[in-house]
Design a protein. Structure first.
Length: 302
């Protein structure tokens, strides 16, 4: 073969590879997707292989606890019910611990304070026992408020807000909401009305300092559903509950994200949704071009 043609033949694969790499890079950079909360209906999220212990006042569930249990089941949790009289600190072999507002706070006080598992607490009288509120002997740092139908989302950028902002109606009838006053290290997402003194949705990150300089062993979430509140929760109320559970177990923590899928492809997402939704946590979709690069292995990269 002529030396010139030999050089061209040797150079050709490198040119093709460079072109294909450039095309793949352009496709990668152009496939931005919005926040997962904007593309994924949180009422359709299903978790894979996750377990939860739901601590309740009675295993004969009331209307509110029944709705919460059904919601956890439909999200994909394998749920174990525990009566507050029989629960013990050793009951921590679960992905998530949920404490209902129906528990007796004197029976359940501080049992899960030191557990290394995420805790979603709905009983405001346990917030101080969990070091989530407290530290002010002159004023209450947790209580309940009757006659409520809405909350005020003051931090719409936090994932616990589930994409909501401002005044949000969360129940179809007047209900009792629990609230607490966490410290400045907590994410204060929603309040009863104004200010930050009556938080109804708040969370502490793992290792953050809670009340009394107690280091959070794992994520902690305070949530407003009182005894029967969930029974009249509307779509927004359920979405906030879903997000609280999902965030608590680290589903939007890129270092510890469980696999999950939807009942069907989210609106606007054309790629195979199970893989794509895992990728969308990183804020970008990854696609490789088979039309121009048929020899590149795999269709999607992470």
């Amino acid at each position: 073969m002529h030396p010139t043609r030999l050089r061209q033949a040797v150079r050709l694969p490198f040119v093709i590879t460079a072109v294909c790499t450039s095309i793949s890079f352009l496709l990668l950079c152009s496939e931005h997707t919005p926040n997962p909360m904007q593309v994924q209906d949180q009422t359709k999220v299903r978790l894979i292989g996750k377990t939860a212990v739901f601590v309740v006042g009675s295993k004969t569930l009331g209307a509110g606890d029944d709705v919460i249990k059904t919601r956890l089941d439909s999200m994909g949790f394998t749920v174990t019910l525990k009566d507050d009289d029989s629960v013990a600190p050793k009951d921590t072999n679960y992905s998530l611990i949920i404490i209902s507002a129906t528990v007796n706070p004197f029976t359940s006080a501080g049992i899960f304070r030191r557990t290394g598992k995420p805790v979603l607490c709905m009983e405001p009288e346990l917030f101080d026992d969990m070091s989530m509120t407290g530290g002010n002997p002159r004023a209450p740092t947790s209580a309940q408020k009757t006659g409520r139908t809405s909350v005020n989302v003051i931090d719409s950028t936090h994932v616990l807000a589930s994409g909501y902002s401002g005044a949000v109606t969360v129940t179809s009838s007047s209900e009792t909401f629990g609230w607490g006053v966490p410290n400045s290290n907590a994410a204060k997402v929603a309040v009863l009305s104004t200010g930050t003194d009556t938080c109804v949705v708040f969370g502490y990150e793992k290792s953050s300092l809670m009340i009394g300089n107690f280091t959070a062993p794992s994520r902690r979430v305070g949530f407003f559903f009182h005894d029967a509140t969930a029974a009249s929760a509307n779509g927004a109320g359920i979405a906030l509950l879903n997000r609280a559970a999902v965030w608590a177990i680290g589903a939007l923590n890129l270092d510890n994200a469980p696999d999950y899928h939807a009942d069907g492809p989210p609106d606007g997402l054309a790629l195979p949704y199970e893989r794509q939704y895992r990728d969308v946590r990183h804020g970008i979709r990854h696609r490789r071009c088979h039309l121009f690069c048929p020899f590149l292995p795999g269709q999607y990269s992470s």
